[in-house]
Ligand binder design. Sequence first.
Ligand SMILES: [Zn+2]
Length: 70
Amino acid sequence: MDYYDRAAELEALSRDIALATRKQEGPAPTGYCLNCGETVSPGHRWCEVACREDWEARRRAKREAPCAEC
Ligand SMILES: [Zn+2]
């Protein structure tokens, strides 16, 4: 194994670690699209990209809106 193989291996390893420890943002997958309620494959949270973007836009708007309670 030469230097470059080793470097590539290390890079792949650190990428795996980063993926494994990456915090998943938002709610856990429920089996249903979080935007429209459509059934999705296990581990997925939206049925399509448009739904995810919709949901994220709504969440962002909610977060930026002034609090109604206080
Ligand atoms: Zn959907």
